[in-house]
Design a binder for this molecule. Structure first.
Ligand SMILES: Nc1ncnc2c1ncn2[C@@H]1O[C@H](COP(=O)(O)OP(=O)(O)O)[C@@H](O)[C@H]1O
Ligand SMILES: CC(=O)OP(=O)(O)O
Ligand SMILES: [Mg+2]
Length: 449
């Protein structure tokens, strides 16, 4: 029988599926080998990703490490991929035919599930937990349904592997009550679970650990402002290693704008945008059969910088933002510039607020996510604007050329005057390894294996 020591980590995004396969080192073995060293409990074997699932043709990439003898694939268009389940099926077939990995060696599958409601820790998928996550789908319409369709595909294709759900929301269970509560009737709020949950928690957990290792300081000593800027974007204030506040709320719609999400608006706006706001829409391209209202569809899937510019790619927006404005009115204005400036404005809005909530005692402002990690100009402009709060100036040479490590300090030497260093960092976030590490380190998960 095959060695059952492989771990699959699956991150179902709104239009992508990111996959990593690891070899896990058991907790006990790890402790015996290196009792004091912070050795990774998992070794990466390969990564794969399927993009543009909701804007066909979807593209498939496959990157084995040197530990695996298999060819690479880069952005190959795949007509057969029409949703997250068929994306996963394509990956499994490819794995079997090209990398000769025995599916029976996969013992655990970690799934990123965006909305975990009241779950405070990862949970094994059973009929009960599956239905509970399903019931939360309308609070994360772009995400939970997609994750569930992949979980279902895993149960069918890999019946001997256990599926575990890791939630974006878990990291934010530390939010103080006055932050997580909305100013609405508390009885109705409690009965219906209407509060701030916060998302991107797996990413924030990874970033916190990476910054702690990089600065050689325990997480509990750190105050940070973290920016996860991707097609979904949020910010998080970390106080003594715990989430103090974050910009996403009951759903991932609140806070910063995203590729197709409006971010925070005046809630009344939607009733002026359309008088059919409450009508239920059924769009076959939705990842799952989630009943969303027209209002939710407009604000989640037909807004954001795509609605302003026509592209979801913030790299294209940045490159075109310098084009000359033809006219002072919005319609004639360079839409790329408008989208770029609007994102900068909203990021500054929250950085300023979080700096104040942290009493001005911040160790670092951290950029991450596809845009945070690649948006040189965005980092430069935001850093320039926060300098008035005492943040170190950015070294533009370091900013333009990160060194490939997980964490990079792009700031110049500080004055050493403030209570904290206020560095500017960039961290290459990795939600997949965050789940895999946690799984490999949890003794409960190895007991039955
Ligand atoms: N050079 C670039 N500058 C700024 N943003 C970029 C650049 N290249 C890609 N991006 C952005 O990164 C996004 C992907 O970020 P990622 O965090 O992987 O997204 P997701 O939220 O889908 O997980 C792309 O949609 C694009 O907007
Ligand atoms: C919560 C969320 O918005 O996730 P993503 O950025 O992966 O879409
Ligand atoms: Mg993401």
């Amino acid at each position: 029988m095959a060695d059952r020591n492989l771990l699959l980590s699956l991150n179902a995004g709104s239009s992508s599926l990111k996959i990593c396969l690891y070899k896990a080192t058991r907790h006990v073995e790890l402790q015996q080998q290196q009792p004091h060293a912070a050795r990774e409990p998992v070794e990466l074997l390969l990564t794969s990703s399927i993009s543009n699932i909701s804007a066909p043709p979807a593209t498939f990439s496959f990157n084995p490490t040197t530990a695996i003898d298999a060819p690479h694939a880069k952005d190959e268009p795949q007509q057969s991929i029409t949703d997250h389940a068929s994306a996963f099926a394509h990956f499994l077939d490819h794995l079997q035919s090209q990398a000769s990995i025995d599916r029976a060696s996969i013992v655990y599958i970690c799934h990123r599930v965006v909305h975990g409601g009241d779950y405070t820790e990862p949970i094994e998928i059973t009929d009960e937990s599956y239905h509970h996550i399903e019931n939360l789908s309308d609070l994360a319409p772009l995400h939970n349904g997609a994750a569930l369709s992949v979980i279902k595909a895993c149960i069918e294709a890999l019946p001997d592997a256990k599926s575990i759900a890791y939630f974006d929301t878990t990291f934010h269970t530390s939010l103080p009550l006055h932050v997580s509560n909305y100013a609405i009737n508390p009885d109705i709020a409690k009965k219906r679970g209407l509060r701030k949950y916060g998302f991107h928690g797996l990413s924030y957990a990874f970033i916190l650990r990476a910054v702690s290792e990089y600065l050689q300081k325990p997480p509990t000593s750190l105050n940070l402002i973290l920016l996860h800027l991707g097609s979904g974007a949020s910010a998080c204030a970390i106080q003594n290693g715990r989430s103090l506040d974050t910009t996403m709320g009951l759903t991932p719609l609140h806070g910063l704008p995203g590729a197709t999400r409006s971010g925070s608006i005046d809630p009344s706006l939607i009733f002026h945008y359309t008088n059919k706001a409450g009508r239920i829409t059924h769009d076959p391209s939705m990842a799952a059969h989630v009943g969303v209202t027209l209002a939710e569809d407009i604000l989640n899937r037909r807004s954001g910088w795509k609605a302003i510019t026509g592209t979801t790619d913030f790299g294209v927006i940045t490159a075109n933002a310098e084009l000359e404005d033809k006219s002072p009115d919005v319609a004639g204005r360079n839409r790329y510039r408008l989208a770029f400036d609007l994102v900068v404005d909203r990021v500054l809005h929250y950085v300023g607020a979080y700096h104040l909530k942290l009493h001005g005692e911040v160790d670092a402002l951290v950029f991450s996510g596809g845009i945070g990690e690649r948006g040189v100009q965005l980092r430069s402009i935001i850093s320039e604007r926060v300098a008035c709060l005492g943040y170190r100036a950015v070294d533009e040479e370091k900013n333009a050329k990160l060194d490939g490590e997980v964490a990079n300090d792009i700031s110049k030497e500080g004055t050493g005057k403030g209570p904290r260093e206020q560095r500017i960092l960039v961290v290459k976030t990795d939600e997949q390894i965050e789940m895999a590490r946690e799984c490999a380190l949890d003794p409960r998960f190895w007991e039955s294996n």
